[in-house]
Unconditional design. Structure first.
Ligand SMILES: [Zn+2]
Ligand SMILES: [Zn+2]
Length: 367
């Protein structure tokens, strides 16, 4: 089969606008699926690569929070079929390595192998290879992925909200349920109320947490956090002021804190907010090489913990049906997460809008 021409938004230089170009998409190989893009959520991880904060080979196609419709399947595909509506994850897992068998799908030891193929997935019209964030390349009207990256969603769920399940929701909800195991006895603080932080707030509410303290620089975001489940809000400022404000609500500190900003300072603040035996979960991606400094006495004498939960330690294929069910029951509010829906031609404006304080998620829709 000839390669399929697809319209794509291509990154040629860090900091430069994405260029709309036609690229050539390979056919799905063994175990792969070609998906017609329905909707893409713009995530801060995309922005890290667009800005050059995180490096990658160029030209490149970004995008990883995506839902669409299966258009073609390669040989050996047996879990999805043509016409299925699917949401994708950036961490496909093999299901059989030691990490997968132990239930840690996001730490699959064969993720790179799952992404490997013996010829480029995407090429320019001159035949030069184009790199892709996480091997996905979804800022395009179609993409090809390993079947293991895809979970099926019911026809009744709009792709404009289903895409969120792929990154911010599975990360935020996963961090609460799989990473920090929040329960009714917990008091929770969430630093950063973007897509991931808002999902943490919602999941903490669904887990029955006693207090849910949302912390953000922007009052607009805190208003929305309160609508989706925060019991208290704190406008961010100097660390000690935030600590004092949280201690007024939870005098011993919180039992669970979450960092969803991606800065060492906010990761340190997450630790400083903890009560004895509390757990800080750090979710934000940080620039390469960053280190975090914490109080050794508070760590050792207070039995406090600080941990990662990459992509919320999610169990994608098992989590998506549950998240869909929670959405359909009205428990998980996906619509509140979508600030605006824009056409693909406006993707650069969408990336700019991510910097504005009122934006939770901008969704690029092909529907
Ligand atoms: Zn993301
Ligand atoms: Zn594995």
């Amino acid at each position: 089969m000839a390669r399929l021409p697809v319209r794509a938004a291509v990154l040629h230089a860090p900091g430069a606008p994405l260029e709309h170009r036609t690229l050539l998409l390979d056919e799905p190989l063994h175990g792969e699926v070609l998906v017609r893009t329905g909707a893409i959520g713009l995530c801060h991880s995309d922005l890290h690569y667009a800005d050059g904060t995180l490096p990658m080979d160029l030209p490149a196609v970004l995008g990883h929070e995506v839902a669409g419709v299966v258009e073609r399947v390669g040989p050996g595909v047996n879990r999805v079929k043509i016409g299925d509506r699917v949401v994708a994850t950036v961490t496909p897992n093999c299901g059989s390595c030691p990490s997968c068998v132990a239930g840690h799908a996001t730490l699959c030891e064969r993720t790179m192998q799952r992404r490997y193929r013996d010829r480029p997935k995407l090429e320019t019209e001159d035949g030069a290879p184009v790199s892709m964030l996480g091997g996905m390349g979804t800022f395009a009207e179609a993409f090809v992925l390993d079947e293991a990256s895809l979970a099926v969603v019911p026809d009744a769920v709009s792709l404009n909200v289903a895409c969120l399940l792929g990154c911010c929701i599975s990360t935020g909800v996963g961090a609460v349920t799989h990473g920090a195991r929040v329960g009714p006895r917990d008091t929770v603080a969430v630093i950063g109320c973007g897509g991931v932080g808002m999902a943490v707030v919602q999941a903490a509410r669904m887990s029955g947490a006693q207090r849910i303290i949302a912390i953000d620089l922007h009052p607009e975001k805190l208003l929305l956090a309160a609508e989706v489940g925060a019991t208290d809000v704190v406008v961010s400022g100097p660390a000690q002021e935030v600590i004092d404000a949280v201690r007024e609500i939870a005098p011993e500190g919180v039992t669970r804190s979450f960092e969803a900003v991606g800065r060492p300072e906010t990761a340190e603040l997450a630790f400083d907010l903890l009560a004895p035996r509390g757990i800080a979960t750090i979710l934000g991606l940080m620039p390469a090489g960053k280190r975090i400094s914490i109080d050794a006495g508070a760590l050792i004498e207070g039995d406090r913990r600080i941990q990662g939960a990459y992509m919320g330690a999610n169990q994608f294929l098992a989590d998506v049906p549950l998240l869909v069910e929670q959405y359909e029951r009205g428990v998980l509010d996906l619509r509140a997460m979508v600030t605006s829906v824009i056409p693909f031609s406006d993707i650069n404006a969408g990336l700019q809008a991510m910097r504005s304080p009122g934006t939770i998620r901008t969704v690029v829709s092909f529907e």
